[in-house]
Write a protein that binds this ligand. Structure first.
Ligand SMILES: [Zn+2]
Length: 412
């Protein structure tokens, strides 16, 4: 077993492609998402006609492309169009959140064909959680009349920092028991497909850029606000990971040196002060102090409060609930303004479980970013909610896996 391009190759059924040109052809056909003529490939990829013809021939033989209709003629012989058939295989996508599992199947041509999500607790540890992931995957495959042999690549997003070279989680603050757990190996016994692992927010950024509101945008920031807070950076149309893979991880930026202790051990991290648990904690304090009858009522009824309860209280005009949400928005906005100064994006997408807590969160993030950044940086900087929402993660995980498997070759 050797490691190459971030993938551990076990030598069964992959690499899928033989060389870089084959990979570029399939990636191009995926991106344009329609049938493509050989001449278009020659032009788009800047590769000679004979090389394209040779590579297309090999991909047709391997069943990764099929001929589909005829191209418009420009004099001469009409050539057939090419597309990626469903039989080329499936991509398995896994999005682990702190409190949820989402699993999906998409075609190699990037069409999402099946998706299932359920609540889960990542603290139960890798064995239990990944066991459930594999059960869900098997169910989806069976429903599609497919088997695990049809899976050509697996993409996994996890809610913690992932070391890019090894694909291992490194000291994930909210994932006890997962430190350095070999997630790739967990699939190796059953799937003859490479496994690509990345941080959940990086994966969601990929998803938004591929099929969400960020489609076609060169430079964007994706911010997830849920149990934690994180950021993913798309720079020059690709995911910017930094040296070890944790670029954009804004959750542990210090926003108050005297703030509460964070799950990472430091004090006053953005995450410890603005994410869902912090919102719930502040609300419980208000409820106990008796300043918000509504929050007190919900706490009495249920014994605990969630960020969602705070959002509902705010929506009916509860002043304290609204202030708690505004404070989160302000803190996130401050950290974001710093990122905006460094990266000068043209779009910011906000997602995660807390994103939909109510309009006041987004409004406060917007006004803080606009107030605290240079006018030139925010002159044309929309800050919007994720459109993909629940499927941003699995969409991105399938992009991660497909891009990964199409860049992994035996030689070169
Ligand atoms: Zn922290």
């Amino acid at each position: 077993v050797r490691s190459k391009g971030g993938v551990v190759e076990a030598g069964r059924g992959y690499p899928l492609i033989e060389d870089r040109i084959q990979g570029e052809i399939l990636r191009y056909v995926r991106v344009v998402d329609r049938s493509v003529a050989r001449s278009e490939l020659t032009e788009a990829l800047g590769v000679s006609r004979s090389k394209i013809s040779l590579a297309v021939g090999r991909l047709l033989e391997a069943g990764l492309l099929v001929e589909d209709g005829l191209a418009e003629s420009e004099g001469g012989r009409r050539s057939s169009l090419l597309r990626i058939p469903r039989a080329a295989g499936l991509i398995a996508a896994v999005d682990l959140g702190a409190t949820s599992i989402d699993v999906a199947l998409s075609t190699l041509g990037s069409e999402l064909v099946a998706h299932r999500g359920e609540p889960a607790d990542v603290k139960e540890g890798p064995k239990a959680v990944l066991g459930r992931v594999k059960d869900l995957l098997s169910e989806l495959l069976e429903e599609q009349g497919a088997s695990r042999h049809d899976v050509r690549a697996i993409g996994v997003g996890v809610p913690g920092p992932v070391e890019q070279a090894s694909g291992l989680l490194r000291s994930p603050p909210i994932m006890p028991g997962w430190d350095r757990f070999p997630i790739r190996d967990a699939f190796a016994g059953e799937y003859a497909a490479p496994v690509f692992v990345d941080n959940d927010v990086n994966v969601m950024a990929l998803g938004e850029h591929w099929g969400g509101v960020g489609k076609g945008v060169d430079n964007l920031l994706f911010i997830k606000i849920g149990t934690g807070v994180g950021g993913g950076i798309i720079a020059d149309r690709s995911l910017y990971r930094g040296t070890q893979g944790c670029a954009g991880d804004i959750g542990h930026i210090c926003v108050d040196p005297d703030g509460p202790v964070c799950s990472c051990g430091n004090r006053g991290c953005l995450e410890a002060m603005a994410a869902a648990p912090a919102i719930a904690l502040k609300a419980e304090r208000c409820a106990r102090d008796g300043v918000s009858p509504r929050l007190s009522g919900v706490l009495e009824e249920r014994g605990e409060l969630s960020a969602k309860d705070v959002g509902e209280a705010a929506s009916v005009g509860d002043y304290h609930a609204l202030e708690i949400i505004r404070e989160s928005g302000r803190l996130v906005g401050q950290a974001l303004a710093t990122l905006v100064s460094i990266l000068n994006p043209s779009l910011i997408v906000i997602g995660g479980g807390v994103a939909n807590i109510g309009h006041s969160l987004l409004a406060e993030i917007r006004s803080t970013v606009y107030r605290r950044s240079l006018p030139l940086a925010t002159r044309n900087l929309p800050i919007v909610l994720s459109e993909l929402d629940q499927i941003a993660g699995v969409t991105g995980a399938s992009v991660l896996a497909a891009e990964g498997v199409l860049q992994t070759t035996r030689v070169g």
